[in-house]
Design a binder for this molecule. Structure first.
Ligand SMILES: Nc1ncnc2c1ncn2[C@@H]1O[C@H](COP(=O)(O)OP(=O)(O)O)[C@@H](O)[C@H]1O
Ligand SMILES: [Mg+2]
Length: 338
């Protein structure tokens, strides 16, 4: 594997979170394989990847819960291994399973954080009350956490970073399993922390979440960074175009799908309810003409056909399926399957 040039001059000036060539194995499983990326101060980076990609492992290394086998990570210039204690004092972590004490009330959980940060009692009481109001948890504040819903737990989890006013936040799949309304509330809370100057690294399986919250997206799969950039850049990297056709008769969908497979790359996706078939393809009027001709010859009536930009969802699918992005695909690769 081609190694990246090490950062000989140290981290980039603006880098708040740095991962450099991080490897981590669990026995035979290679969870992280040479992962490098940076998060600039005051920005949000979304670590996007499917289940098992290595996201939580990376978060655990960045938050000193786990040591890398090789490579290093730094947060605010502090090395996670040699400076772990100081590093822990400046970060907030909302884990995949909320790290709150079930037997305590919401309020007690928040006050404990203040105690942990050696705040005077008056101060942490005030902050806890303010935070409960901000999280819309005042009504439940004095109930044991074990009676809370998943969404309430996640909010409380984030609340900890409000109390401590942590400059760096790590959020591991903060909204997995939440309903859309609760998810939106959580997004707002994250945005509030960013507006207050926090730097955020969040992991997610949802492209929509990465697109909504993140300034930069790092796509990770099987322990490797596949690609990084803004959501616009990621969409462009998949080759930029999706050929999409809508047939008049739903009965034609499977024939249309076969036909589309010969026009684009990879596997066509079909949606029977919408009577739509789509596939990553080259851009250009030529392709449209050819497609129109082929559909006509096959006797399949079309309601609509066109070329559009991929959604981030489609970009992600192409990126994590091992299908080469179109812009570097060779003509001989046309039949390459997943
Ligand atoms: N403590 C562990 N022991 C053994 N294997 C682990 C451990 N933690 C994670 N793994 C494995 O490492 C890989 C990455 O896991 P993880 O970082 O949890 O992925 P993600 O958070 O992206 O779903 C998976 O194959 C997982 O099974
Ligand atoms: Mg995980």
């Amino acid at each position: 594997m081609l190694k990246r040039t090490p950062f000989d001059q140290g981290d980039k000036q603006n880098s708040m979170i740095t991962a450099h060539e991080v490897d981590k194995r669990f026995g035979k499983i290679c969870a992280l394989d040479g992962v490098s990326f940076e998060v600039e101060r005051g920005t949000v980076v979304g670590l996007l990847g499917p289940n098992g990609a290595g996201k939580s492992t990376l978060i655990r290394i960045l938050t000193t819960l786990l040591k890398p086998d090789s490579g290093y990570v730094r947060v605010a210039g502090l090395d996670a291994v040699s400076d772990g204690k100081r590093l822990r004092s400046i970060i907030g972590l909302a884990g995949q399973s909320a790290a709150v004490d079930e037997l305590l009330t919401g309020r007690e959980n928040l006050e404990l954080i203040g105690l942990w940060y050696h705040m005077p009692k008056k101060e942490y009481r005030r902050r806890a009350q303010e935070t409960l109001e901000r999280l819309s948890l005042v009504g439940e504040a004095d109930r044991q956490v074990k009676t809370y819903s998943g969404g309430m737990r996640r909010r409380l989890d984030l609340g900890a970073s409000f109390i401590a006013d942590s400059p760096v936040l790590f959020l591991d799949e903060p909204t997995t399993g939440l309903d859309p309304r609760t998810r939106n509330e959580l997004w707002q809370l994250v945005e509030e922390r960013v507006a207050a100057g926090a730097t955020v690294l969040l992991t997610t399986q949802y492209m929509e979440e990465a697109e909504h919250l993140a300034d930069k997206i790092v796509v990770i799969d099987k322990g490797k960074v596949i690609v990084e950039g803004t959501s616009g850049e990621l969409k462009a990297k998949t080759g930029g175009a999706i050929l999409e056709a809508r047939v008049v008769h739903a009965a034609d969908i499977s024939r249309a799908s076969l036909l589309m497979a010969s026009l684009g790359r990879g596997e066509p996706r079909s949606d029977i309810d919408q009577r739509k078939v789509s596939i990553p393809a080259r851009e250009g009027a030529e392709l449209l003409l050819e497609a129109g001709r082929m559909f006509q010859e096959a006797g399949i009536s079309l309601e609509d056909i066109g070329i559009r930009r991929p959604t981030l969802d489609e970009a992600f699918l192409v990126l994590t399926s091992g299908t080469q992005p179109l812009d570097i695909a060779k003509p001989s690769n046309q039949e390459a399957t997943r």
